[in-house]
Design a protein around this ligand. Structure first.
Ligand code: FAD
Length: 428
């Protein structure tokens, strides 16, 4: 240990890291110092980005300034990116040349967005929009305004290797809703392009009847689709797509013209951990055991999208497993309990359930699912749709942002509600 009081560093203050810092501080109290290291001073609520891209939200609505929030909770805050994790020396090299030492490190750096893997993909230097970051969503909103003023075809979806499909469906339906509100939907042919083997697979081999629900929603809204799709390149206004057969051969090749396109990219790990042997897999995702600990460096925990999870099965086009918000919260609880036990001189035994509760909003309705656990086979495999999903998603946004602004670990009524529904965060 590097000091009398152990130091826990949480690296990355996104959806997972912020909640982890609160919950860890609440579990450890005065037994440890907690530091958050993240690039920039602002938290963004990523699930609201699709709303920013059609101007249902402004950037300010979904941002929280972090220094004050952490200050109030006695959590040290460093708003500088990490250049490299040096696990052999328990050291974090920062982008400004400083070095921080830790006793325990929680890596919650989310994804690096791999736009560069497909020529012409992405909002900066490419021709497609994105909703992965609020900066991208703001740029997408400008492009969407132009489309509404001069309507033309839309191509929306997720490319090969993507692991985040819910927001692609969500955004397709949100675009449809907003185009109808602007009374130009009749002038906009829409195509959903996805690497999934079937509609509603979601990287999870479906949940309940997501196949039926989402196919029917696409049909009702006159959105055509292409599955098993591999995007080979994108030019200004044209996407080149191959449809892949079960044996991996190319079934057909198509060029899709577009006036507006949003394609979710594949994810990989961030530079700070990429290539660190034993810590990350070849794609840069953090290797973890059932207690969220890295096997080679057990004082390091992995949390959120940066964690390595193998695909649920073989698919003609590579498809990753999503890491959704509630699943991430189950990891947070396991990590905070394990840290407490380790600091108290006990073994780390807590396992996250990786249960998933997801709400995909369409603006005028939506699809919800509960998967316990998220990876099949499951004990609970349920999906449903209706107007209530939109209301629930707005409630979730308000609730989560309030939690971040007030710096609270999960309040008692959240636990009570989850207990009543039988949705636990921990296996043990
Ligand atoms: C558009 C979109 C919509 C989504 N909607 C939902 C939804 O409705 N429901 C749901 O359950 N899930 C949703 N998800 C999935 C998931 O909940 C989010 O991706 C979530 O933000 C992941 O949290 P995270 O903490 O793992 O990563 P992030 O939220 O991406 O946070 C990572 C943080 O680490 C920081 N960071 C990165 N590298 C460094 C570095 N080197 N040094 C310091 N800091 C660094 C980043 O700046 C960022 O602040 C959505 C995902 C996307 C992309």
């Amino acid at each position: 240990m590097s000091s009398a009081k152990p130091r826990v560093i949480v690296l990355g203050a996104g959806l997972g890291g912020v909640i982890a810092a609160f919950e860890i501080k609440s579990a450890l109290g005065e037994k440890a110092d907690v530091t958050v290291v993240t690039r920039g001073e602002t938290f963004h609520f990523v699930p609201s980005n699709p709303w920013v891209a059609v101007r249902w939200r402004e950037r300010n609505d979904i941002e929280v300034s972090l220094p004050k929030v952490f200050g109030k909770r006695d959590i040290e805050f460093v708003s500088v990116g990490a250049k490299k994790v040096q696990p052999k020396d328990n050291r974090l090299e920062l982008e400004d040349g400083r070095t921080l030492l830790y006793d325990y490190l929680v890596v919650a750096t989310g994804p690096e967005l791999a736009f560069d893997e497909i020529e012409g993909l992405g909002p900066f230097g490419g021709f497609t929009q994105s909703v992965c970051h609020v900066d991208h969503a703001e740029k997408a909103a400008d492009a969407f305004d132009k489309l509404a003023a001069a309507p033309g075809p839309i191509v929306v979806g997720a490319v090969q290797g993507a692991s985040c499909f819910g927001p692609a469906y969500e955004f397709a339906f949100i675009l449809d809703t907003e185009l109808r509100r602007r009374k130009v939907r009749d002038k906009v042919p829409m195509t959903f392009v996805t690497s999934e083997p079937y509609i509603g697979h979601l990287g999870l081999d479906g949940v309940g009847d997501t196949k039926g629900l989402l196919e029917s929603e696409l049909r009702n809204r006159h959105i055509k689709w292409i599955t098993n799709a591999r995007v080979t390149s994108v030019e200004d206004g044209e996407m080149h797509v191959e449809e892949v057969a079960d044996d991996g051969s190319v079934k057909s090749a198509q060029s899709l013209p577009f006036a507006f396109s949003m394609m979710l990219p594949a994810f990989r790990g961030v530079d700070a951990v990429m290539g660190v042997e034993g810590l990350a897999n070849p794609r840069g995702f953090i290797l973890v055991d059932k207690n969220q600990r890295n096997p080679a460096y057990p004082n390091i925990f992995g949390l959120g999208v940066c964690v390595a999870i193998p695909p649920v099965g073989k698919t003609p086009v590579p498809v990753g497993v999503p890491k959704t918000g509630f699943m991430i919260e189950t990891m947070v609880t396991a990590i905070s309990r394990n840290l407490k036990d380790l600091i108290d001189g006990k073994e780390a035994t807590h396992e996250a359930t990786w249960n998933a509760i997801c709400l995909a909003d369409f603006g005028d309705g939506g699809v919800a699912f509960v998967a316990q656990p998220q990876i099949p086979p499951r004990n609970v495999n349920w999906s449903s749709s209706g107007k209530w999903v939109h209301v629930a998603k707005v409630g979730f946004e308000k609730y989560f942002l309030k939690r971040v602004r007030t710096g609270k670990a999960a309040p008692f009524y959240e636990k009570l509600a989850l207990d009543i529904m039988g949705i636990g965060k921990l296996k043990s």
